[in-house]
Ligand binder design. Structure first.
Ligand code: FDA
Length: 334
């Protein structure tokens, strides 16, 4: 199904020129609402706030398009520091990592070595590490690396995207591995992925149910209240142990629903991205739901009492300049 807004924001997410520029501009224009901190200290404060509400966290040190070994090594070292902090602060928190950040596009053996260092330290503190799934171009490589690591570690898992035709077979292939089920955030061709939203939603429910009938732990990652209601009904009818799964949502989205699920006695985990590489992550969130722009505009223009902030024109002007710059840069690249 053609969705111009989704295609537009995914094109922006993949634009390396804008990606590099955005890092320099800082997380203005609303991205900060969905980022759990710019550094480890601020991120850990977000984790602790959620833990106090009975919600666990999975933290993602933001970064993509890494093409220098030195950048991957820097990212790995920061992830190691995060693991130390989770342990020191006894936080209820695990890790989400992207293999392209850890060098999979540069040198696969180097990436696996980075993962081994991360998994060694995490395992020593009993911390789980999830490998996020990126676009289909990286799919087989991600599973190949996972296979290598699963032979050596128990504390590693990955993500299955319900928009891919092959996901049902991959659920069987990884029936003993901890998995997160998502719909899928990238633009994939009809050769490999369903294009129809209803079909993707149906597949999500079927994959989740299949996992819940099995033994391994499953994270059901969606903001979709229809799917959540369906899963809650299924779990109650089938008498499925609530310790076998958790619901997951992204930081800053549907906070009331996040808290109400935790209060209803379900395991709940919030995915917290942090750092200054916010651009690709942020654009994918706009691609999924352009209405997220409304939240941002509201946040930037109005204060907590719904009163217009003092410099709305300046903010609106900056936002307009931002969008114009995006268009100009994209046109120049074509
Ligand atoms: P979707 O965007 O399909 O919305 C369905 C319905 O839910 C909407 O029509 C609306 O009714 C409601 N809704 C959604 N958001 C709402 C909001 N903010 N407020 C009110 N109502 C709302 N993808 C990937 O490819 N690889 C990965 O590793 C991950 N990892 C990941 C982790 C976690 C914790 C999450 C939640 C998601 C991911 N994703 C991901 C992203 C995922 O693939 C998907 O793109 C998004 O979750 C969007 O799909 P949803 O199922 O959340 O709702």
């Amino acid at each position: 199904m053609v969705n111009p807004a989704r295609d537009f924001f995914i094109a922006l997410a993949n634009n390396k020129l804008l990606y590099r520029g955005a890092k320099r501009w800082g997380s203005h224009f609303g991205a900060d609402q969905f980022i759990g901190g710019v550094d480890i200290n601020s991120m850990m404060r977000s984790v602790k706030e959620l833990n106090d509400l009975g919600i666990s966290a999975t933290v993602d040190h933001l970064g993509e398009f890494v093409d220098k070994k030195s950048d991957s090594t820097k990212a790995k070292n920061e992830i190691l520091q995060v693991i130390e902090r989770i342990h020191e602060e006894k936080a209820d928190c695990h890790l989400s990592v992207k293999l392209t950040q850890l060098g999979s596009d540069i040198d696969e053996a180097f990436c696996i070595q980075n993962m081994r260092e991360i998994l060694d330290l995490a395992a020593s503190y009993n911390i789980f590490v999830n490998i996020d799934m990126e676009d289909y171009l990286h799919y087989d490589q991600t599973l190949d690396i996972l296979d290598v690591l699963r032979n050596e570690y128990d504390n590693v898992g990955t993500v299955i995207q319900s928009y891919l035709y092959r996901s049902d077979a991959d659920i069987d292939r990884y029936q003993n591995t901890r998995l997160r089920i998502v719909k899928g955030a990238y633009k994939e061709s009809a050769d490999v992925a369903y294009q129809n939203k209803e079909q993707i939603d149906r597949e999500f429910i079927e994959l989740a149910k299949k996992r819940l009938r099995g033994d391994a732990f499953t994270s059901i990652a969606t903001h979709d209240h229809h799917i959540i209601a369906e899963i809650r009904k299924f779990v109650a009818e089938e008498n499925i142990d609530r310790n076998k799964f958790e619901f997951q949502m992204l930081y800053g989205f549907r906070n009331d629903l996040q808290e109400s699920l935790a209060n209803a006695g379900y395991l709940f985990c919030t995915y917290i991205p942090f750092g200054d590489d916010w651009y690709g992550y942020f654009m994918r969130r706009l691609a999924e739901r352009p209405q997220n722009l409304n939240l941002i505009v509201k946040d930037k223009l109005y204060d907590e009492d719904n009163q217009i902030k003092k410099q709305p024109l300046m903010i609106a002007g900056a936002a307009a300049a931002f969008v114009s710059a995006l268009f100009l840069l994209l046109r120049r690249k074509k």
